[in-house]
Design a protein around this ligand. Structure first.
Ligand SMILES: [Zn+2]
Ligand SMILES: [Zn+2]
Length: 570
């Protein structure tokens, strides 16, 4: 009786507007934010960004890149309207190529961002049929129930765009990564009138960048950095080498301008820089005639007539900067009296690698300049006064801090309240926040997690092979192989192989002997007729070997026991 049921209750749920992060809330990196609209059992989704993060320290041996787990979306694939990329930083775009086939939907991006994606795709040698829908800067498009308008913001890469997402339940402003730089050197300054008009129109919620929510004031402009770099290069006596984030086109331009003003030649070293320069020329951010000298000519130029711009500001071992510091670069070398400028910030986790490079440069007699010594870098994220300004323009009812660790989200939440925002909700990855109707609150959970890039494969983080390697790295492995006869007698000597285990204990007893006596003692203790249960034998031997090594060494290695039955007497 369907009619009855409709009348009595369980009406089709009312349309809701929800927000949930698969990455990016509670961390800086791996951004993947979802907006959903519709009744709770039939929502349609829009994914904003699909980025990567990097492992910190050496907890995950053999893993260089971490992706968000998209399980939640893979189950809802048919309801996903598309992926919008706010800008081409790896923490926002880095997972698109490797995870796109799991979703199979169009990717919306502005020309520079799309150009970066295409350039990566070409380098990747991939023929993935990713439908890239290029949206003009400050353009507008429809995706499912979402009407999306882009607003160009300043950041540390061209075309970082805030998204105005209009739905029947209200208008959202997803800021993306931004700062309020009125002289950004490249691209336009944030359109204050546009943001203010949006406030007049009525903003339901701002979902905003929290990276610098703990820092007071306003961050300096890219133009201030350009001026400072120009002065440093002008006064440098010998060779100058500058390393920066390859994607920072404004910084590339600043270094090129400083070089020309000092009457020097620019050399560019590092594939990532060449890729960005090509895309920036194609999209008009660097002039068609942007000129630099090939790195092979570096040595031929007079020491006072050259500036080399290179990759590797984060200490990446294969990038140009690390090879120059090791004196292993084929074309570029430094000597006493030269200067190295780190026009960058060291991302947490890379301090050791960067420190190592800076120390070896100092040992060579090279003067190292970082953002601690001079204004050679600025952040691309809003400090507290810039956040206050954004709230004053947009006047939202709700604020949700994003793009930050717990402490950044909390600081941003407090500031939003101070700015008069009525409803402020801190949420973490997987917590589904209902923005409308009613007051903001967490209503559900979505499955979230991390995937590791492990060689050519993508593997789960929790129960995957990396967890085993962590154990192996800590205490090594012992493999024991033994053969029993049908009657349960040991046939020959057990074979023992050990990796990562000390050869002997502190009394000089070989570890192999300790293993063998544990094996033999265990077998003796099991009655012969029960030894036919090979599984039981293997487990008993495993425990005994592990215990024997633990009392000799104080650590428990992974122990594997292989058993087999051999036909014959015995
Ligand atoms: Zn970011
Ligand atoms: Zn960014």
């Amino acid at each position: 009786m369907p009619d009855d049921r409709t009348k009595r209750g369980q009406p089709r749920g009312e349309d809701e507007l929800v927000f949930v992060a698969l990455g990016g809330l509670g961390e800086i990196g791996m951004n993947a934010y979802l907006y959903g609209y519709g009744p709770s059992d039939a929502r349609q989704w829009l994914l904003v960004d699909l980025g990567i993060t990097f492992p910190e320290g050496e907890d995950d041996p053999g893993v260089d890149v971490i992706f968000p787990d998209l399980r939640f979306l893979e189950e809802e694939k048919s309801t996903l309207a598309g992926i919008v990329i706010t800008h081409a930083h790896e923490d926002h775009i880095g997972a698109v190529i490797e995870l796109w086939h799991r979703l199979g939907v169009p990717v919306f991006a502005t020309p520079f961002t799309a150009g970066m994606l295409k350039a990566k795709l070409a380098e990747y040698g991939s023929r993935l049929p990713i439908p890239i829908r290029e949206i003009p800067l400050n353009g507008r498009f429809e995706a499912g129930p979402f009407n999306v308008e882009l607003i160009e913001m300043s950041h540390s890469i061209p075309e970082s765009s805030a998204l105005v997402i209009r739905t029947a339940a209200g208008t959202l402003l997803h800021t993306g990564d931004w700062k309020l730089d009125r002289t950004p050197l490249i691209g336009g300054a944030p359109d204050e009138a546009r943001l203010n008009a949006l406030g007049d129109e009525g903003v339901l919620a701002v979902i905003g960048d929290s990276t610098n929510a703990m820092r007071e004031g306003t961050s300096p402009s890219e133009k201030d950095v350009a001026r400072s770099l120009a002065e440093i290069v002008k006064d440098a006596p010998q060779r100058v080498i500058v390393t920066t984030f390859a994607s920072n086109v404004a910084r590339i331009k600043a270094v090129a301008d400083a070089t020309r003003a000092a009457g020097r030649e620019l050399v560019v070293a590092g594939r990532a820089l060449h890729r960005v320069i090509d895309v920036a020329i194609d999209t008009g951010y660097l002039p068609q005639g942007f000129r630099y000298v090939d790195q092979q000519q570096f040595d031929e130029l007079k020491r006072s007539k050259v500036v080399c711009l290179c990759t590797g500001s984060q200490g990446e071992p294969r990038a140009a900067m690390a090879r120059i510091a090791e004196n292993e670069h084929p074309d570029v070398s430094l000597a006493k009296g030269d200067m190295a400028i780190f026009s960058s910030r060291t991302i947490p986790g890379n301090e050791k690698a960067v420190g190592w490079i800076q120390n070896s440069l100092v040992r060579m007699g090279v003067e190292v300049i970082t953002d601690g010594e001079a204004l050679v870098h600025v952040t691309g994220h809003p400090r507290r006064d810039e956040l206050r300004q954004l709230y004053a323009w947009t006047r939202p009812r709700i604020a949700i801090p994003m793009h930050g660790e717990a402490r950044h989200l909390k600081a941003h939440a407090e500031l939003a309240r101070e700015c008069g925002v009525a409803e402020v909700q801190v949420a973490y990855n997987g917590e589904m926040v209902r923005l409308a109707p009613g007051t903001v609150r967490i209503v559900d959970d979505a499955p979230v997690g991390r995937l590791f890039r492990d060689g050519r494969l993508i593997v789960p983080s929790g129960e995957g092979p990396v967890r085993e390697r962590r154990k192996l790295a800590f205490a090594g492995i012992v493999v024991v192989a033994l053969a029993l006869s049908r009657r349960g007698d040991l046939m020959g000597d057990p074979q023992v192989t050990m990796e990562g285990v000390p050869a002997e204990d502190d009394a000089g007893e070989p570890m192999e002997e300790i293993v063998l006596s544990a094996v033999e003692g265990t077998l003796r203790s099991i009655p012969r007729d029960r030894r036919r249960d090979l599984e039981m034998v293997a487990e008993a031997v495993r425990r005994a070997v592990r215990g024997g090594i633990a009392s000799a060494w104080g650590k428990k290695p992974i122990v594997k026991v292989l058993t087999s039955v051999i036909e014959g007497k015995g």
